[in-house]
Design a protein around this ligand. Sequence first.
Ligand SMILES: NC(=O)C1=CN([C@@H]2O[C@H](COP(=O)(O)OP(=O)(O)OC[C@H]3O[C@@H](n4cnc5c(N)ncnc54)[C@H](OP(=O)(O)O)[C@@H]3O)[C@@H](O)[C@H]2O)C=CC1
Ligand SMILES: N[C@@H](CC=O)C(=O)O
Ligand code: NA
Length: 380
Amino acid sequence: MPPQKPLSLALIGIGGVGQAFLTQLALLQSRLKSKLDIRLVLIRRSTTQILDSSWRGLDIATAIKQLQDKSSSEGKGKLLGFEETCVHLATAPGHVVLVDCTSDPQVAGAYPGVLNKGISIVTPNKKAFSSSFSDWQDIFGTAANGPNAGEKEKGNGFIFHESTVGAGLPVLSTLTELIETGDEVTRIEGVFSGTMSFLFNSFNPVAGGGGSFSAEVGKAKELGYTEPDPRDDLNGLDVARKLTILARLTGLEIESPTSFPVQSLIPKELESCSSASEFMDRLPEFDSRMDDLKASATASGKVIRFVGSIDVATKKVKVGLEEFETSHPIAALKGSDNIINFYTKRYGANPLIIQGAGAGAEVTAMGVTGDLLRVVRLLR
Ligand SMILES: NC(=O)C1=CN([C@@H]2O[C@H](COP(=O)(O)OP(=O)(O)OC[C@H]3O[C@@H](n4cnc5c(N)ncnc54)[C@H](OP(=O)(O)O)[C@@H]3O)[C@@H](O)[C@H]2O)C=CC1
Ligand SMILES: N[C@@H](CC=O)C(=O)O
Ligand code: NA
């Protein structure tokens, strides 16, 4: 049997998710070594990168150390522009896959050009899929696995982004299958943020009590649940981005994550904070406002949770705080659990429910590694 062509892989972003992905990649390399030769040829941070121009593949542990060890010559190399790097990357042997584990909108904005070079993309970065609707159309009009892909897109890359909604939970693959098998999705609702789930089930637990809101935000950041800037969770935009992605997959042409009501939990007085650290330092000043919301819910025997919903028929999307009876499944969530209810014609009054950790480096990396395997299967 002729040796398989190698799969050349480039990773950008070696934060929580990126490093967890590398751990899973090392496992994949050893498990698949008789069937597939996966070579890590580039890893890149925001300020430096290591590119293996021999295309033989980097040793993962050494490469991470070099990137993290600012003093190493490798780690200090002049950072080649991202687009320039991709032109070079496209010359790597076999199929090339870019793994974008950043939350950088500029990297995401380059996706159509990357796909056009025949490079596939797997990513948990929501920015590309939740910017303008025309950007969405550009991406899926270029990808070889786009809904209307034809001869023209044949040589282009594939794109998968399961971890953009519900981390590794099979939310996007389930929605895609519901739609592709002809079911009619009428409503999607639930808890879509691991950070907000954790915040409210620890600040306002069903059993009563709970810590201060700002302290719980700090814990969510330490646990690796929040966006690189926690304000992207607290302003409701992370959930809005996820609902934009889901709504677009149902066929709704949502213009942007700010084209529907999104409740922000950022105190107006802190909207001008110039940095995440300044914001986090001042957040405790406003804990009493969240305490008042909690007290009012408690007075009616309820708890507050941060939820989202899409009504496909009326095209109504909304994101914000709601009160729930303590017996409600949403009230009972633990940790970073998401719960997503798909109401469809086929499932009727009993929705298809997906529940589980919706944030955390390892469960997110699982979705990215699963997407990489989806690309591998398409190459067979
Ligand atoms: N954490 C989670 O539970 C989940 C995260 N996600 C998504 O995964 C992505 C990564 O999240 P997470 O790992 O937690 O974030 P981190 O902040 O831990 O890591 C982000 C990494 O991206 C790097 N980076 C930023 N901009 C660039 C750039 N232009 N080029 C190269 N590298 C860059 C940073 O490098 P440097 O350190 O040099 O600045 C850092 O290493 C985000 O898009 C997030 O929304 C999705 C689902 C769940
Ligand atoms: N910050 C996000 C990460 C996953 O999308 C969240 O808390 O859900
Ligand atoms: Na997912």
